[in-house]
Design a protein. Structure first.
Length: 347
């Protein structure tokens, strides 16, 4: 009897850590799925036909790439597509066509090539959801939005395409021309390096280069600094890179990562930066490898930095597959992943 008691005691203490380990698996938080607006077109995903039908009605095609559980897609629907003014404008000027970036429906591109939804998304290098691609009357891309744009910026983008401004100027010129020259100062961080010689930062100590394009009196920039960059795990990732900060409209002379002489404003324009804050990432050779150019919260923000630091893009071209695997690893280590929060639970 005494031996049996000892065995039970040993098993109790042995199994307790195992039970605790099972309970330590983290949870995924923040996922949210929303219904596609009922007024989107019931498309057969034959885009040459869709473009022709839209043009005949005086509209243009808007391709909307989404995925299940995407809180940014839900925000697009809830704050933009269900806004009465925005809805009316979109329905007047665009035929919305929804594409599941992991779907298997057949897609026939304007050029006549056949894809599935997921291979079409991969061919177009869709890295964020939502991604919106606006097509002109010839089926060419008039504008592409890689990620969620808050209502004010989204309305600017809609008017740019609806009024066919892409025939006159690029979106960066158009978007910033509507703003007054930024008068407020940028928000400083201790990891920003003061230099106009970006070519000298490329490849330094094997560190990638992150260029922050911001503007004064920018609410979304303030959110990034006060809610995302105050998160310690995020700051640790950012400090592993060489980072510089510029006012997107600045006339300051710089040398770009590849060695060209220009101004910040002209370079931002050439890069197509139409949203602040945007972060553009460059590898050891000065080539762009990734960018953040829409509204994101902490998990996705830090995941982009991790993606670049690990050079994961060399082996995994799909950022969405990368962040899915990264989230799995974090949860397996016992931490939650909140894809719609501002604070990390892991260190």
């Amino acid at each position: 009897m005494r031996v049996l008691s000892i065995i039970c005691l040993v098993l109790f203490f042995f199994l307790q850590p195992l039970a605790a380990a099972e309970k330590q698996h983290g949870n995924m938080l923040g996922a949210k799925t929303s219904e596609v607006p009922h007024w989107f077109k019931e498309s057969f995903l034959e885009f040459e036909e869709d473009v022709a039908e839209a043009a005949e009605a005086g509209r243009r095609v808007m391709l909307y790439f989404h995925q299940e559980g995407c809180p940014y897609c839900a925000r697009l629907v809830e704050e933009n597509f269900t806004n009465p003014e925005t809805e009316a404008y979109v329905r007047k000027h665009f035929d919305g066509v929804v594409i599941n970036m992991w779907g298997d429906r057949e897609v026939i591109s304007v050029s006549g090539q056949t894809f599935t939804e997921k291979t079409f998304a991969a061919a177009l290098k869709v890295q964020y959801t939502p991604t919106l691609i606006f097509l002109d009357e010839r089926g060419k891309v008039a504008l592409r939005l890689n990620g969620y744009y808050p209502p004010d910026q989204f309305q600017v983008a809609l008017k740019y395409v609806a009024q066919k401004h892409e025939t006159k100027q690029n979106f960066s010129d158009y978007a910033f021309a509507l703003k007054e020259q930024s008068s407020g100062s940028l928000i400083a961080e201790d990891f920003f390096q003061e230099t106009n010689r970006l070519d000298q930062l490329v490849g330094r100590q094997g560190r990638p280069l992150a260029v922050f394009f911001e503007s004064g009196n920018c609410p979304n920039c303030q959110v990034m600094h006060e809610k995302i960059l105050t998160d310690e795990p995020t700051r640790k990732l950012v400090k592993s890179m060489s980072s510089v900060q510029f006012d997107v409209q600045s006339k300051q002379s710089i040398t770009t990562p590849e060695g060209s002489q220009t101004t910040v404003a002209d370079w931002a324009n050439a890069l197509g930066v139409g949203y602040t804050p945007s972060v553009v990432f460059f590898d050891d050779e000065g080539a762009e490898v990734m960018r953040i150019e829409a509204f994101v919260k902490t998990f996705h923000f830090q995941s982009v930095f991790a993606y670049v630091l690990e050079k994961a893009y060399l082996l995994e071209p799909s950022f969405q597959r990368y962040i899915s695997a990264r989230g799995d690893r974090i949860r397996e280590a016992g931490f939650d992943t909140d894809i719609w929060g501002y604070q990390s639970s892991h260190q």
